[in-house]
Design a protein around this ligand. Structure first.
Ligand code: PHE
Length: 483
């Protein structure tokens, strides 16, 4: 018999499985590429301190809030929020927070899938020995040809989406749980093998100096804001991914303990990624190239690096398998909120719901994919207006030369995610009665008061400042004050 607090989707086998799944969501392309680079170029050890502070002051309270809401609602984020607000007498509009989260997840997945497809393609290329002995120009032009070849991109994007749909369609137990319990250990083993290789054979001293040497002069307000923004993205917060995973955990698990473990593991994996990547970058004197925040760099630099090593085929293949796994375990957490909602509210079976959600995201991904091949907003709008019968090019602003990918990335990671994070903090910190959250979190009085103080004041204000900064409003306000 199902009770009020049962979930119709099934429960994780135990706390550890939830930990693996949530860590799988958190550990993604962001950890493997962005963190090491940002840490190294923004003050090394001192950046790490600021980043850890952000993780624990902003990330931890928010992650606890999301898991708590998921576990209280026992439904997809939309229905969980609808149910909780009904029970506690809050406005029914709060369910829209779940809707926005679910849409952000689908938008992010649409381009994540394209990049995941690159990782699959590069795994096959590395295994086939294609990179062996290539020059730097050779691998750069290989990537340029690959990224502008719509047919290839389409095939790999489709394959990535198909694997994501396959995992999600099999349900919580046979799909998500099965996938993370073998993929996460494999990810860790590959990462450790790559770190050992890098430490033994490459320029580890310069890499460690780059990553950890504290330089407090580099801690500018901008660096602090970057650390906050990255803390938020790397933990997959604000889009229902962690909330939906939280709805499948048992009542007795400690939310604070689990969240801390996920955050510590995510950070350790990011640091290990730095130790695997940067010694190679320094050995091949490529540090000058690692200067832009563009995930494409992994695909431009590393084929060259592995192509020069004796065991390059094996190590290169392992490296791209690592990227593929990191992308896939994040992707399934992005599709799950929509699939859970379709099952609950539209009465679909899981395979049916996964196929529908996957298909919609796949379609959206096509536009991101074409934007990698050079299509910009102006081209797209001109095509649409030609289709509607207006042929005049009316898009003259420089905004229109942006790609669709840049637009989605800006809208989701920089705009909607922080807004949804602030709303989650306001809902759990200000609207939900303290006896409800206290009982749900079941912590000592002192730790509960700390959490409540952070989620009411620190988290929303900090995210708001990040939002102002990301949208350029902060610079505008500062200019206004200075004048
Ligand atoms: N946390 C992932 C990363 O670090 C990105 C992600 C965001 C994954 C949201 C899932 C959901 O790359």
């Amino acid at each position: 018999m199902t009770t009020e607090r049962d979930t119709i989707h099934g429960e994780w086998a135990g706390r550890f499985t939830f930990f693996l799944a949530a860590t799988g969501s958190a550990v993604g392309l962001g950890n493997l590429w962005k963190f090491p680079y940002v840490a190294g170029s923004s003050g090394g050890g001192s950046f790490l301190l600021v980043y850890l502070l952000c993780l624990f002051l902003i990330g931890l309270p928010l992650m606890m809030a999301e898991i708590m809401l998921g576990r209280m609602g026992r439904r997809s984020p939309v229905n969980a929020l609808r149910r909780i607000s009904q029970i506690h007498g809050h406005s029914r509009l709060w369910k829209w927070l779940g809707v926005v989260g679910m849409l952000i997840a689908c938008l992010i997945l649409s381009y994540y899938s394209v990049i995941g497809g690159w990782a699959y393609a590069y795994t096959v290329r590395a295994a086939s020995g294609l990179f062996m002995g290539q020059t730097m120009d050779g691998v750069v032009s290989l990537f340029a040809r690959f990224a502008s070849d719509a047919e290839h991109l389409l095939a790999w994007h489709t394959l990535f989406m198909l694997t994501t749909v396959m995992v999600v369609s099999r349900g919580v137990k046979r799909g998500l749980e099965f996938a993370v319990t073998w993929m996460m250990p494999v990810l860790l083993v590959i990462l450790v093998v790559l770190v050992i290789y890098a430490v033994r054979n490459a320029d580890v001293y310069n890499a460690i100096a780059f990553l950890f040497h504290p330089d407090f002069h580099k801690i500018t307000p901008d660096v602090v804001l970057t650390a906050m923004g990255h803390a938020f993205f790397t933990l997959s917060l604000g889009m229902g991914a962690i909330m939906v995973y939280g709805s499948y955990i048992g009542q007795r698990s400690s939310i604070c303990g689990l969240s801390s473990a996920i955050i510590i593991t995510d950070t350790m994996i990011a640091i290990l990624a730095g130790l695997a990547i940067f010694p190679l970058v320094f050995s091949f004197q490529l540090e000058g190239i690692m200067i832009r925040s563009d995930p494409g760099l992994l695909f431009r630099i590393f084929p060259y690096v592995f192509g020069q090593m004796p065991a390059g085929i094996l190590l290169g293949t392992l490296f791209f398998v690592l990227l593929s796994i990191a992308a896939l375990t994040s992707a399934i957490s992005l599709l799950e909120p929509a699939v859970a909602w379709l099952v609950e509210s539209r009465g679909m079976t899981r395979p049916h719901a996964s196929a529908w959600a996957g298909f919609c995201v796949w379609l959206l991904g096509l536009v991101s994919m074409l934007s990698f091949t050079g299509l910009n907003l102006r081209d797209m709008l001109t095509a649409v207006s030609a289709w509607l019968g207006h042929y005049s090019p009316m898009f003259e602003h420089k905004f229109y030369s942006q790609s669709f990918f840049t637009l989605i990335d800006f809208m989701t990671a920089k705009l909607l995610l922080p807004i949804s994070g602030i709303l989650i903090a306001i809902y759990t910190g200000w609207l939900l009665k303290s006896d409800v959250s206290k009982q749900e979190l079941s912590m000592s009085n002192w730790s509960y008061q700390c959490w409540r103080g952070l989620i009411r004041y620190v988290t929303p204000v900090a995210i708001f400042v990040v939002l102002l900064n990301a949208t350029g409003a902060l610079a505008w306000i500062i200019r206004l004050i200075n004048n």
